[in-house]
Unconditional design. Structure first.
Length: 722
C-alpha cells in the first residue's frame, strides 16, 4: 500500500508537470515569459523523472551479494559462482525491454564489437552499436534471466580476462554497465548498484567512495555471517557512515548456516553482537540496521514460484539444507511446491529486508523531499496560472472594473519598483556575506575567509598528520605496510584526509546555506508581495490597500511560494563538489605515495628511522595537495583552490537565480496588466465565450493546486531549501 501510494504520487507529479509545461508553452491564456516558465517546469519535471532512489550494494568477494541482488530482481540475472564475482560497476534499473548497456570511456573499435558478437554468439542477444559511440547495447531477445546472465559473464566476472582474452580491450574501456529489466519486482524509481568487492582495484574504489556513495540514498553492506569479526576495509565502511553521512544496512548473509539462537538483529549476542563490538573498537557509529539473510533460500523460493526451479531440483539441492521435519511434511502436502517455497522465503528473512528498505527510502530518507519540493512547485505554479484565469474571468463578468484598473496602473508600477529596490537591498546584504565586507551595521567575512580559516597548517597537523603518525607507530604496522607494497599507508592517509576535508566542506556548506536560506526567505516574501498585487488586478480597489504584513507573508509562503522557483536554477547550476575533490585526493595521495615507495624500499632502516624519513615527505605533500595555490594552468588544482572555485560559482549562481525569478514575476505582473487592458474590447465583446473557455481551465488548475497542497502538507517540516 505504501509503495503504491508513493508510485501514484510520482506518476501524478509527472503527469501534472507535463500539463503545466504544455500550458506555459502553448495555452493562449498563459501570461508571462513562456521560455523562462517552460524551462523552470521542464527542469522540475526532469528532477522528479530522474530522481530515482539509488541503493548501493557493497561486499567482499564470496559473501553472497550477487545472489541476494538476484532475489531483489526476481531472477538469476547476475553471475553468482565464486569465480564469477562482479568486477565492474553495474547499475540495475527498470526498462521497457531487457537489455545491457555498456558505458565506455572511449569509443569501441569495429574489431572489439565483432569480438563481443563472437563471445555472445551462443546467447540469444543482439549487439547494437549505432548512434552513441560511447555506448553498446546488448538486447536480450528471449527476455530470459539465464540469457542475460550468460551475456554478463564475459564482461563483469573476475575470471573474464582468462576465459575471454579477446574481450580484454573492450572491458578496459567499459566504465560501467546499465542493466535494464522489465521486472515488476523493480520499482520504476529505484536503481540498484552492484559494486566490485570493497577491497578491489583502487580506481573503482575511488569512484565508489567519492561519486557513487555521494549520490546514493542507502548503502547495503553484505558480511558473511560466519566471519563477522574479519570485515575487510573498516576504514572504508567508517568513511561511508561518517564522511559521506549515508545510512548503512548491514546484512549478515548465509544465515541459513547459523543456529536459531545465534540470530539476534538487536546486536546483543552472536554474529550481530560481534559486528556491534567491531564497530565500537573502531569508533564506527553503531546506529546502522542489522539484518540476517539467506539470499540463496530467497532466490530459490522465487524460482520455485516462477517454475524456473523444479520441486525435485530443490529437494536435491544440499545447499538448501532442508530439515527432515520439512521433508516429511512435504510428503503429505497437497501443494508441496507452494509449501516449500513459503518455507524457504520465510526462513530466508528476505521479506523483512525488502520491506525495511522501501520503508526507509520512502518514509525516512531525506532526499524524499524531492516530492515535497515538487508538490510545492506545482502548488505555486498552479496558483500562478490561476491568477491569470481568475483575473480574466472577473473582468469578463464585470467589465466596469477596467476603468479602475486603468486609473491604478501607475500605482501598480510604483509598487513594482519598490519591490525591486527591496530585493536589491537584500542582495547587497547577501553579497556582503558572500564576498566579505561591511555596509552600515552589516558585516561578513566572506566564504573565502571561512574556508581559509578551516584549511590551516596547524589544523592539518593536528587533524591529519598526528593521527597518521599515531597509526604508523602501532606495533607491526610498518611490517604490514611493506608487505602490502605501501597500499595500507596510502589508504590510511586518504582516510585521514577524507575525514578532515569532509568536515571542512560541511562547515563551508553550513555557512553558505545559512546565508542562502535567509536571503531566499526574504526574496520570497517580496515575490509573494508582487503576486498579491497581481492577484488584485481584477479587483483594482485592492491595489490601493495592499499593505504588506509579515504575518500574512508567512501564511502566503506556507508551501514555499517562490522558494521552489528560486531554487530551480540554483540547483541546476551547482552540482556536488565531493566527487571532484575526492578524485583529487585519490590521485594526489597515489602520486606521492609512489615516490615514497620508490626510495624507502631500498633501505633497511629501523622503524623509527623509517617514520622520520616518511613523515616530512607526507607532511609536505599533504600541505601541497590541500593548500597550494598556483596560477599555472598545467598544475593540478589543490583542494583549497577547488573549494574556492566551488563557493564562487555557487554564490554567483544563487544571486543570478534570485534576480531571474524576481524579474520574471515583476514582468509577468506588468505584462498581465497591459494584456488585460489591451484586451478590454475583446473581453467586453466576447464575455460569454471567454467565460465558457476559462471555467474548465480554472477547475483543472484548482484541482491541481488542492492535491499539491495535500502532498506538501504530508511533510510540513521539510524546508523548501533542503
Amino acid at each position: 500500500m505504501m509503495t503504491n501510494s508513493h508510485e501514484q504520487n510520482r506518476m501524478w507529479l509527472l503527469e501534472t508537470l507535463e500539463y503545466l509545461e504544455n500550458f506555459s508553452r502553448l495555452d493562449e491564456d498563459y501570461c508571462g515569459d513562456r521560455a523562462y516558465e517552460s524551462k523552470a517546469v521542464s527542469y522540475q519535471h526532469a528532477v522528479v523523472r530522474d530522481g530515482r532512489y539509488r541503493v548501493v550494494f557493497l561486499g567482499a568477494f564470496n559473501v553472497g551479494k550477487s545472489t541476494a541482488l538476484n532475489a531483489f530482481l526476481g531472477g538469476s540475472y547476475l553471475p553468482m559462482d565464486i569465480e564469477e564475482c562482479t568486477s565492474r560497476l553495474t547499475f540495475i534499473q527498470r526498462g521497457d525491454r531487457m537489455q545491457l548497456l555498456l558505458s565506455l570511456d572511449t569509443a569501441a573499435s569495429r574489431h572489439e564489437i565483432e569480438a563481443l558478437e563472437r563471445a555472445l554468439a551462443a546467447v540469444p542477444v543482439i549487439v547494437e552499436s549505432e548512434g552513441n559511440p560511447l555506448q553498446i547495447s546488448v538486447l536480450c531477445q528471449d527476455q530470459n534471466p539465464d540469457s542475460m546472465r550468460r551475456a554478463l559473464e564475459p564482461l563483469i566476472t573476475v575470471l573474464a580476462d582468462e576465459a575471454f582474452p579477446h574481450l580484454s580491450s573492450l572491458r578496459e574501456k567499459t566504465e560501467s554497465l546499465i542493466l535494464c529489466l522489465p521486472e515488476e519486482a523493480l520499482q520504476d524509481d529505484l536503481v540498484l548498484i552492484d559494486t566490485p568487492g570493497v577491497h578491489s582495484i583502487s580506481e573503482t574504489r575511488q569512484k565508489i567512495t567519492y561519486d557513487i556513495i555521494e549520490h546514493c540514498h542507502l548503502v547495503i553492506a553484505f558480511v558473511d555471517s560466519a566471519f563477522v569479526g574479519n570485515i575487510h576495509d573498516l576504514n572504508f565502511i567508517k568513511r561511508i557512515i561518517t564522511c559521506r553521512d549515508r545510512r548503512v544496512f548491514f546484512v549478515l548473509n548465509k544465515a541459513d548456516k547459523l543456529e536459531n539462537d545465534e540470530i539476534d538483529p538487536r546486536g546483543t549476542f552472536g554474529p550481530a553482537g560481534q559486528l556491534v563490538e567491531t564497530f565500537r573498537r573502531n569508533d564506527i557509529p553503531d546506529h546502522s540496521d542489522i539484518f540476517f539473510l539467506s539470499g540463496y533460500r530467497a532466490l530459490s523460493a522465487l524460482e520455485l514460484d516462477q517454475k524456473r526451479l523444479s520441486f525435485e531440483e530443490a529437494l536435491a539441492d544440499n545447499k538448501l539444507m532442508l530439515p527432515t521435519s520439512i521433508l516429511e511434511r512435504l510428503e503429505h502436502s497437497d501443494t508441496p511446491e507452494e509449501d516449500l517455497s513459503a518455507f524457504l522465503m520465510g526462513q530466508s528473512r528476505f521479506p523483512l529486508l525488502k520491506e525495511r528498505l522501501m520503508d526507509y527510502l520512502i518514509n525516512e530518507n531525506k532526499s524524499n523531499a524531492v516530492f515535497t519540493r515538487a508538490a510545492r512547485f506545482v502548488y505555486e505554479r498552479a496558483s500562478d496560472y490561476l491568477i491569470t484565469i481568475s483575473n480574466t474571468l472577473a473582468l469578463a463578468r464585470n467589465p466596469e472594473k477596467f476603468i479602475e484598473l486603468k486609473e491604478n496602473r501607475d500605482l501598480l508600477n510604483n509598487q513594482m519598483a519598490t519591490i525591486r529596490t527591496e530585493v536589491d537591498s537584500i542582495l547587497v546584504r547577501y553579497n556582503i556575506q558572500f564576498h566579505g565586507g561591511q555596509q552600515d551595521e552589516v558585516f561578513g567575512p566572506g566564504y573565502d575567509a571561512h574556508l581559509r580559516a578551516q584549511l590551516t597548517v596547524p589544523l592539518i597537523e593536528s587533524e591529519i598528520i598526528q593521527p597518521l603518525l599515531d597509526w604508523l607507530r602501532k606495533k607491526g604496522q610498518l611490517k604490514e605496510i611493506r608487505q602490502g607494497n605501501f597500499h595500507p599507508l596510502a589508504a590510511q592517509l586518504e582516510h585521514e584526509v577524507d575525514v578532515f576535508i569532509t568536515g571542512v566542506i560541511k562547515k563551508l556548506r553550513a555557512v553558505i546555506e545559512t546565508n542562502e536560506k535567509r536571503t531566499s526567505e526574504e526574496v520570497s516574501r517580496q515575490i509573494s508581495r508582487a503576486r498579491e498585487l497581481r492577484a488584485a488586478l481584477s479587483e483594482p480597489e485592492r491595489l490601493v490597500n495592499v499593505a504588506w504584513d509579515a504575518a500574512q507573508s508567512e501564511e502566503k509562503n506556507v508551501f514555499g511560494s517562490a522558494g521552489a522557483g528560486l531554487n530551480t536554477f540554483t540547483g541546476k547550476s551547482i552540482s556536488s563538489v565531493i566527487p571532484a575533490v575526492g578524485a583529487a585526493i585519490g590521485v594526489g595521495v597515489g602520486g606521492f605515495m609512489g615516490t615514497i615507495r620508490g626510495w624507502v624500499a631500498r633501505f633497511a632502516w629501523s622503524e623509527e628511522r623509517w617514520i622520520k624519513k616518511i613523515m616530512p615527505v607526507l607532511r609536505q605533500e599533504t600541505h601541497k595537495l590541500l593548500m597550494q595555490e598556483t596560477q599555472e594552468e598545467s598544475a593540478s588544482e589543490s583542494v583549497l583552490t577547488m573549494l574556492l572555485n566551488y563557493s564562487q560559482r555557487r554564490g554567483e549562481a544563487f544571486e543570478q537565480a534570485m534576480r531571474k525569478e524576481l524579474e520574471h514575476v515583476i514582468e509577468t505582473v506588468q505584462q498581465e496588466c497591459e494584456s488585460l487592458l489591451s484586451r478590454e474590447m475583446e473581453i467586453r465583446r466576447e464575455q460569454d465565450t471567454i467565460i465558457e473557455r476559462l471555467k474548465p481551465k480554472e477547475a483543472k488548475l484548482q484541482s491541481i493546486r488542492e492535491r499539491a497542497e495535500v502532498m506538501a502538507e504530508e511533510d510540513p517540516e521539510t524546508s523548501i531549501y533542503e
